[in-house]
Design a protein around this ligand. Structure first.
Ligand SMILES: Nc1ncnc2c1ncn2[C@@H]1O[C@H](COP(=O)(O)OP(=O)(O)OP(=O)(O)O)[C@@H](O)[C@H]1O
Length: 304
């Protein structure tokens, strides 16, 4: 997908032209819709529905992401996702984008679908729910490190995810696949309604609740990683039994999850640093990667 001009403006037509031109010049691979088969819905989010499908006679699945309706906002989401995706598509812990397919609808409108890598184990949340009992500490370190590597790749490219939580991190076999970073910018633009916040409050940098307006940044991603490292160590959703409203008040006052017994101390220390209320006290993502490697080594030697 390299080497093509990005749209300078944000209008609907410009975005459509950008996609069509990229397809025409073969910077984005185009797939014929009627070559997909066994199409089954797997989930939906606020912008559209995701299906899994097979391509021609292939045995493996791909994911097809549709959008509810193609208006100014959704088309910008697609272009934004494509622009960011192409910067980081090489990384094995980031979901791969394969191309685009389109379907002509009755009203003469074209429906655009993103063709993406399929994560057969679903979200990290579902994966932990199903497999937690069989995971040992080496597996947990591996998940944590893969997540940190994916975010390192984003931060290195100047991309802030802003919406890291266990329901938009996907897992293929046992490999973390980060998704949805193209769509996360809207949170900072206050697109989220109160009901959208359900379940994601524990992962959001508490500065966001204290300071209005507060622009989520790389250190906000580190906060979310702290919570996710705890989740990997516990197999539980953070603060599952406290209402979002209660959390919005209590997390900025210092409420944090309790370490799970038998968690390696260095790992507890690391996620505690990550979820520090003060962004300046949080490590950078490179430091998180380095410290996770150290923790893993310490744990390996201490358990011989
Ligand atoms: N590439 C994929 N492979 C497997 N499952 C996927 C894939 N992409 C999405 N899903 C599933 O489909 C669901 C919907 O994904 P989608 O990206 O549309 O929304 P979301 O991230 O859950 O929500 P929102 O867009 O509102 O933040 C996900 O929760 C996940 O279970």
């Amino acid at each position: 997908m390299s080497g093509f001009t990005l749209p300078t403006g944000d209008s609907y037509n410009e975005c459509i032209n950008w996609i069509e031109e990229a397809i025409g010049k073969k910077h984005i691979k185009y797939y014929e819709y009627n070559q997909f088969n066994n199409i089954e819905e797997i989930g939906s989010g606020s912008f559209g529905t995701v299906y899994r499908a097979k391509w021609k006679n292939s045995h493996s699945y791909i994911a097809l992401k549709s959008f509810f309706n193609l208006n100014n906002v959704t088309i910008k989401e697609i272009v934004n996702e494509l622009k960011l995706q192409r910067e980081v598509d090489f990384h094995e812990n980031i979901i791969h984008f394969f191309g685009i397919t389109t379907q002509n609808q009755n009203d003469n409108f074209k429906k655009y679908w993103l063709v993406m890598e399929y994560a057969n184990n679903g979200t990290l949340h579902e994966y932990l729910k199903r497999h937690f009992d069989t995971l040992n500490w080496s597996d947990k370190f591996s998940l944590a490190l893969q997540l940190a590597h994916a975010v390192l790749c984003l931060h290195d490219e100047g991309i802030v995810h802003r919406d890291l939580h266990s329901k938009n991190i996907l897992v293929r076999q046992n490999t973390i696949k980060l998704a949805d970073f193209g769509l996360s910018k809207r949170i900072d633009e206050s697109y989220r309604t109160r009901s959208d916040l359900l379940g994601v409050v524990p992962y959001i940098d508490p500065k966001k609740f204290n300071i209005q307006p507060y622009s989520l940044d790389k250190k906000s991603d580190i906060y979310s990683i702290g919570v996710l490292l705890w989740e990997i160590s516990s197999g539980q959703l953070p603060f599952d039994e406290i209402s979002s409203y209660g959390l919005i008040v209590r997390i900025p006052q210092g409420l944090r999850e309790i370490p799970v017994p038998d968690t390696p101390t260095a790992y507890v220390n690391l996620y505690t640093e990550c979820w520090d209320g003060e962004p300046d006290n949080r490590p950078t993502i490179s430091q998180v990667v380095a410290k996770l490697k150290q923790c893993h080594n310490l744990w390996k030697y201490s358990s011989i």
